[in-house]
Write a protein that binds this ligand. Structure first.
Ligand SMILES: Cc1ncc(COP(=O)(O)O)c(C=O)c1O
Length: 373
């Protein structure tokens, strides 16, 4: 794949959860890098410590209205997830995930031998009733991993009622809610909701992770964790033993980008572009593929699309590839099932590619054997 075949159009990718280059603020990042070396040449080039670049740590702490001891800055939030799982999840521990969920979360938990309990994701977030039934049935989760805003892969957002209900369950059954929230800043419609970290206050039932991947650029690899000082201390030790310290240079650049106004500018650019892309994508699907069911997201990068039961998305994937359009199969985001669903990422396609991409997808769908009624 990827080779250019004569006469074959360039592939349009709805697969990657990454921004297209036109919405990355290259000039702003260059300026932030230059400013970082001028403002703090020592801190920018030193090893530093495992808590991260101290000014950025403090800036993040202020944004979340917690003391800096609650924050650890990492190389991407993926690294934060890995440290947290290393600390909290032992082989055989029960862990709740959404169904579907981020494929790398499933991989990380499987790799640690966790006993994974997928709980149905509804349009307003994880089914709290199903989670309650699981707990009432005797399962005692150590951790519940939840992506509350513009979920990956579904694009759904956890309602305020369910945020409260989930925290209630966490208190009752003594599990930690892992609020994995890299998309929070990219809301382009609807009302902002409080994080579960905020709602939980000082009770310590929530560990929160977020990232600059979706608002600055994924290549900076800067993410972070917010939790109780005891938890952060324990994870700091794991981080020190892993890499002494994360990438100070990247964190210093991100810090300058944030304090010099780049972040707010970049978020505005990303939101505007993604709102336009969702509009184009839903209009194209309605026109070309009325069989496709979806809920238009209010932010983030992804949209979950389901086809009539019995649709063979493996076959659709192959037919789409032949026509120069790619996506991720729904089955990649679940332990089993997901065969009539797929994830469309609209973050990496420019507006002018969307119509053509959906036309190719529709053509691929029509090439499949009809689904039995
Ligand atoms: C839910 C979720 N968590 C974590 C990550 C990892 O982000 P980062 O680039 O900060 O490592 C992603 C990236 O796609 C994601 O969707």
């Amino acid at each position: 794949m990827g080779a250019i075949i004569a006469g074959m159009p360039a592939t349009i990718s709805f697969a990657r959860g990454a921004p297209s280059l036109d919405i990355v603020d290259i000039e702003g990042l260059k300026a932030a890098a230059a400013a970082a070396f001028v403002a703090d040449p020592g801190g920018t080039t030193a090893y530093g410590t495992a808590v991260g670049y101290v000014p950025l740590r403090t800036w993040i702490a202020e944004r979340h209205e917690v003391p800096p001891e609650h924050v650890l800055v990492t190389n991407g939030s993926m690294q934060a997830d890995a440290f947290l799982f290393d600390h909290l999840v032992a082989a055989g521990d029960a862990v709740v995930v959404e169904k579907p969920t981020y494929d790398r979360t499933l991989l990380g938990l499987k790799g640690r031998g966790a006993q994974i309990h997928p709980i149905e994701l509804e349009a307003d977030g994880i089914s709290v009733d199903a989670l309650r039934a699981l707990c009432e049935g005797g399962v005692r989760p150590k951790l519940a991993h939840v992506i509350p805003n513009f979920q990956n892969p579904a694009g759904y957002t956890l309602s305020l009622e369910k945020r409260h209900a989930l925290l209630g369950l966490a208190r009752e059954y003594a599990f930690t809610v892992f609020e994995d929230d890299p998309y929070i800043a990219i809301r382009f419609a609807g009302e902002e909701l409080p994080t579960m970290l905020e709602l939980d206050g000082s009770r310590g039932n929530v560990v929160y992770a977020s990232s600059f991947s979706k608002t600055v650029a994924p290549g900076v690899r800067v993410g972070y964790l917010v939790g109780s000082p005891e938890l952060i201390k324990a994870i700091q030790l794991i981080a020190t033993n892993t890499y002494i310290a994360p990438n100070m240079l990247a964190q210093s650049i991100v810090y300058r980008f944030c304090v010099d106004g780049g972040l707010e500018r970049s978020i505005a650019t990303v939101k505007q572009a993604l709102a336009e892309r969702v509009q184009l994508l839903t209009a194209a699907l309605d026109r070309e593929l009325p069989e496709a069911e979806y809920q238009a997201p209010e932010g983030g990068y992804f949209m979950w699309v389901t086809f009539p039961g019995g649709t063979d998305v493996d076959a659709l994937f192959a037919a789409a590839g032949e026509r120069g359009v790619v996506f991720v199969k729904g089955s990649d985001f679940v332990l089993e099932g997901g065969h009539n669903a797929l994830r469309l990422a609209y973050s990496g396609v420019t507006a002018d590619q969307i119509d053509e991409g959906v036309r190719r997808l529709a053509d691929a769908y029509r090439s499949l054997a009809p689904v039995a009624a």
